[in-house]
Write a protein that binds this ligand. Structure first.
Ligand SMILES: [Zn+2]
Length: 147
């Protein structure tokens, strides 16, 4: 397996579903990073067979729990002095702005430009969101179902 030096301070996103790593990498705009980042694809995993991983040698100023929208099986570890200092609890956010897109063609977000797409969580267990403008439902699993 590819040997990546352990990082002294930063973030390790682990247990990403195989194939999702690149999507998350781009979502975090790591392709534009000026610090050390590594995307590891198809690493072997006891739990899943294979997994993707991302290592970031930097502290990102953002709410990483939002990554649960893209893949709720992943784990986020904050590293300090080469040890795990904190595990970020991945929870679906109550309010999501400008990440999910409403698919209702009659929704104001479809007909007008420059409107922030806004969704509210209606059922955490079922991973169900609804559009704040038209009440159209958005089922995360339908968009994230390659388990
Ligand atoms: Zn809508």
């Amino acid at each position: 397996m590819l040997n990546i030096n352990s990082i002294s301070r930063g973030i390790v996103i682990d247990h990403i579903q195989p194939g999702k790593g690149y999507e998350i990498f781009k979502f975090l705009e790591l392709d534009k990073a000026d610090y050390t980042v590594a995307l590891i694809m198809n690493a072997s995993s006891k739990k899943f067979g294979t997994k993707d991983m991302i290592k970031i040698e930097n502290v990102l100023d953002m709410d990483l729990s939002i990554l649960g929208l893209l893949d709720d099986s992943l784990t986020v570890n904050i590293i300090e002095n080469e040890k795990i200092k904190e595990k970020v609890n991945i929870r679906l956010p109550e309010i999501v702005e400008d990440i999910l897109r409403c698919s209702n063609p009659r929704c104001i977000t479809s007909t007008e430009r420059n409107i922030v797409h806004k969704f509210s969580l209606v059922n955490r267990e079922k991973k169900l969101y609804k559009c704040d403008y038209c009440d159209h439902l958005y089922h995360l699993e339908d968009h994230n179902n390659d388990h």
